[in-house]
Design a protein around this ligand. Structure first.
Ligand code: FE2
Length: 178
């Protein structure tokens, strides 16, 4: 089955779909900026395929890995998806793509929440986003450690935030933001 088919078949809840589309967009932009290939956006779109079926974080990701392997996706895509929930799958983040996916997974929600707060994503800047990032009560379910860890991939945090904002601005209409 192709990427779109897998996405449509496995993810039926609107908010999870939107989340995956956001992570896909951030990954596509990061790939452009930091030398990734098409696999980056595929990993973004498909990283939560088992989310609706597997409710507990201890197991989230394992089923997705099975599906992606069976469908013959490249090894680096499968491992990035597995490592975005390292605690559940036991696969540690190592590659640039691994760190990018875990960070994109979390920054997308933070940018979305911040855009809602300021009523628009237009004109959002890195300094403002950084303040939200440091305020742990804001969008508290976004994992800050996974965002800060982007620097382990050799990507400076500020540049990561800038590229992520740009990606989310590019799909604003599609995800219901002004
Ligand atoms: Fe996710």
């Amino acid at each position: 089955m192709d990427v779109k088919g897998l996405f449509e078949e496995n993810i039926r809840t609107d908010n999870i779909r939107l989340h995956c589309i956001e992570v896909e967009a951030v990954m596509a932009e990061l790939a452009k900026e930091f030398g990734g290939d098409d696999g980056w956006s595929v990993a973004g779109l498909l990283h939560d395929l088992d989310f609706e079926e597997v409710k507990d974080l201890e197991n989230h990701g394992k089923k997705t890995v099975e599906i992606l392997k069976k469908e013959g996706f490249p090894e680096d895509v499968v491992r990035a998806v597995a490592s975005h929930n390292e605690a559940g799958t036991g696969v540690k983040r190592e590659s640039k793509m691994d760190f990018a996916l875990a960070a994109a997974d979390n920054i997308s929600g933070l940018i979305f929440a911040y855009a809602l707060m300021r009523k628009t994503i237009v004109g959002m800047d890195v300094a403002g986003l950084k303040k939200r990032l440091k305020d742990k009560r804001f969008a508290a379910n976004c994992n800050r450690d996974k965002i800060f860890d982007i620097e382990k991939a050799g990507i400076p945090l500020d540049k990561f935030l800038e590229v992520s904002i740009k990606a989310m601005q590019g799909i604003a209409g599609k995800i219901g933001l002004q």
